[in-house]
Design a protein around this ligand. Structure first.
Ligand code: ARG
Length: 318
């Protein structure tokens, strides 16, 4: 596998939070630790944007970001890891991954406390980050909803770590029979592998909203929900999926630190997640074996943090 490329998309317009602009700081903080030669950025418009009668708040900026990101994705080497920004930052990333693989071969695993599967009519907020998955399934305003080969079928979707669905979302998930892997199921890292196997996919797109993690593991998230997964459960699940399926693309989203100091406190965990998505698997397994042989490492991380896609990942430092 070639090393991943990173696409930083500091989109905040999809968030319903009054502190949505913290997402820009979050994207900047993560970018600082990425390998510069593999990192590209989308110039997100400064303007909030207008709904233009679509029912999606700030629709005009969101559809513009989708276009700008799609243009980058067309020239970047896959797999691309999008760095958000809100949960809609990788709308183009998912659509690109699905469209560039044979029909039915990519399953999207949506790691998120929330379903993000509201339609315009069931959304309680009008915020696009709660409607992204629905748009991926083809339901949403023109310019956001996936069409043609980019459209995801609901059989190719697994919601992972989900624990906060709105009523309209629950009804839709139940009606469509969409597979939800609850946080408790993460105790077995193979649970997600089996869920994806059941979809018949050969590749996975891994979307990570950091709020899938338990709030005790991360501070800088705008929509914390209790009873989430541990960083170790998340990274083990990601590595198990990568060991079994081709990685078609990925994203890490919704980092919204309140200050640079606060960002620093969360970066260790975020880089472990990024490492699980991008670092060579064999190296990770070796380092883990070595680590357990010495009885585990230190949990503090004061050294310089840099993510490299071709050396041992930072998630080996626990
Ligand atoms: N990715 C997120 N943080 N999503 C939060 C969504 C909140 C709520 N379900 C909504 O539709 O507005």
């Amino acid at each position: 596998m070639s090393p991943a490329s990173f696409l930083v998309v500091p989109q905040w317009q999809g968030s319903g939070s009054s502190r949505a602009m913290r997402l820009i700081d979050g994207a900047d903080a993560i970018r600082g630790d990425l390998p510069a030669n593999a990192t590209h950025s989308v110039a997100v418009p400064a303007a909030a944007g207008e709904a233009l009668g679509t029912g999606v708040l700030r629709y005009s900026s969101l559809s513009l970001v989708r276009e700008l990101a799609a243009a980058e994705l067309a020239v970047l080497e896959a797999p691309v890891v999008t760095i958000g920004g809100d949960c809609g930052s990788d709308l183009a990333g998912v659509q690109h991954a699905v469209a560039s693989h044979p029909p039915g071969s990519v399953t999207v695993v949506w790691f998120d406390a929330h379903g993000d599967i509201n339609s315009v009519s069931t959304s309680p907020s009008g915020a696009f980050h709660g409607m992204v998955v629905r748009a991926l399934l083809g339901d949403g305003p023109d310019g956001l909803a996936a069409t043609g080969a980019a459209r995801l079928h609901h059989e190719q979707l697994v919601l992972a770590g989900t624990r906060a669905l709105d009523d309209g979302e629950s009804a839709f998930v139940e009606h469509m029979g969409i597979r939800v892997v609850a946080p408790g199921e993460f105790e077995d890292p193979q649970a997600l592998v089996r869920a994806v196997e059941a979809t018949g996919a050969t590749a996975v797109y891994l979307h990570v909203d950091l709020d899938v993690l338990d709030p005790s593991a991360i501070e800088g998230i705008g929509y914390p929900e209790p009873f989430g997964v541990t960083p170790e459960q998340l990274t083990d699940a990601i590595r198990a999926l990568r060991a079994r399926f081709e990685l078609a693309g990925a994203a890490v989203t919704e980092f919204a630190p309140e200050s640079p100091d606060a960002a620093g406190r969360d970066l260790g965990v975020i880089l472990r997640v990024l490492g699980s998505l991008t670092a060579p698997l064999k190296g990770a397994a070796r380092a883990e074996a070595a680590e357990s042989a010495v009885g585990g490492g230190s949990s503090t991380d004061h050294g310089p943090r840099h993510l490299s896609t071709d050396t041992a990942p930072p998630d080996d430092v626990r």
